[in-house]
Write a protein that binds this ligand. Sequence first.
Ligand code: FAD
Ligand code: NAD
Length: 479
Amino acid sequence: MSEKYDVIVIGGGPGGYVAAIRAAQLGYKTACIEKRINKQGDPALGGTCLNVGCIPSKALLDSSWKYHEAEEAFADHGIGVGKLNLDLDTMLQRKDKVVLQLTGGVAQLFKANKVDWLQGTGQLKANKQVVFKPLEGDEQTLEAENVVLAAGSVPIDIPVAEVDQQIIVDSTGALEFTSVPKKLGVIGAGVIGLELGSVWARLGSQVTVLEAVDTFLPAVDQQIAKEAMKQFTKQGLDIHLGARVTGSKKNKNSVRVTYTDGDGEHEETFDRLIVAVGRRPYTEGLLSQDAGVTLDERNFIYVDNQCRTDVPGVYAIGDLVRGPALAHKAIEEGVMVAEVIAGEHTQVNYDAVPGVIYTHPEVAWVGKTEEEVKESGEPYKTGAVPFAANGRALAAGESAGMVKFVVDEKSDRVLGMHVLGPQASELVQQGVISLEFGASIEDLQLMVFGHPSLSETVHEAALATDYKAIHVAQRRRKK
Ligand code: FAD
Ligand code: NAD
């Protein structure tokens, strides 16, 4: 007889492992099927995010920033370090240690919550049956009252630059360069291109980014995006917009890339090339012919706003479904489906999912951009204040960037908060809380903010929406 579970989760990334833990907390007999083998050759939980995504990239962003600071900023503080030395091997090993600590932590949490970790591949069949093919041993068919699909996403391939993980790499390969490429090409000026491009630029690569679209970071508030572009260019990222890669030819240790832009055809040779043109849902092998779930026109699994698929009792979450491909969105959907299974009314607030690009300065936002609000035709007001007017930022030598609010003119409600600057990933959470609580900008204006703190720029930007900022000169717009 096949084993029966209350909940089977397929995929052990941030969406899947959280769904499994929450389901087990709610008293359900739960299994999580995960097929990943990590670079040490061991089965691993944590998905893309912990193994080859959020965590290793942030470890390298932090390490490379420390190196950059030692090289460029310490002298300003009167600190001499002599001749700087880069031990890339140690830097990469440190990253791997952080990853192992966290993925091992998830395995411990599974034990503590009595979630069965089934190591191998899962496939959904009809009637909520799941075929489990273990890493070793025979295939079994499992049954479940509820199935949660959480298989995540994989990088998009483009035929003009085929990834070999040696010379032409995707984000996973770009976390593993064993030496700093002298000339590094990046296709795609999205989140991965900017973050991993920054890592290697700080460590000494000459980085060229080729972006097909004419607008830099089109989803980001354009006042912020324009300033970010200036900052990144100053840091040495050579970003070409409207650049279409037409071909690539690999040699033994380099790749020649051809591309066209407004100025015509170009050719450039790089030591390494990162392809970072987006990710797509990973549905290969996940669904049998008779599984019954529907895909949308972009091959995401079709779900409603509580992640129910078209098959009762089958849910899909995270990068497999519509919405931003972000770990925290996957996590909250994992919690939501476990609670929906338990009959609760949990609903992710998709209007208040923050986005962050972990460059330096960081870019972070939540809610609507000025462009979106303008297009809606509703009256609005904005307030933007630079970190150059913030004592804490100046003391830290971190004065680049700004905080900006977009506010509904009639109701005074906060519609969006946009940050370019130090700790933007932390500061933006104040915008998330404001949106979640339906705050008016006056609420933020009347609060006391600790001095000196970066958050004071949040306060000043809130004040600036009504021409009340103290530490910047503001001229009132004509009504
Ligand atoms: P995944 O994390 O992709 O996990 C899915 C898991 O399912 C995988 O481990 C896979 O092996 C397993 N699986 C697939 N099919 C099967 C099957 N049939 N049987 C068994 N197992 C299966 N997001 C952020 O919010 N912040 C960041 O800073 C950030 N940085 C990133 C940096 C990089 C370089 C990359 C690539 C991504 C980054 N992301 C970041 C995105 C984030 O990693 C994803 O949004 C997140 O991992 C999605 O979670 P998930 O659970 O949906 O899927
Ligand atoms: P992305 O969608 O952020 O950026 C891809 C970029 O490539 C876009 O600007 C696109 O216009 C461009 N592009 C597409 N095709 C191209 C082509 N043929 N030539 C040149 N440019 C092309 O995707 P990504 O950077 O690959 O990241 C994938 C996903 O991973 C993102 O959606 C993001 O949600 C997630 N991620 C998040 C974080 C974070 O939260 N900090 C970090 C890394 C990745």
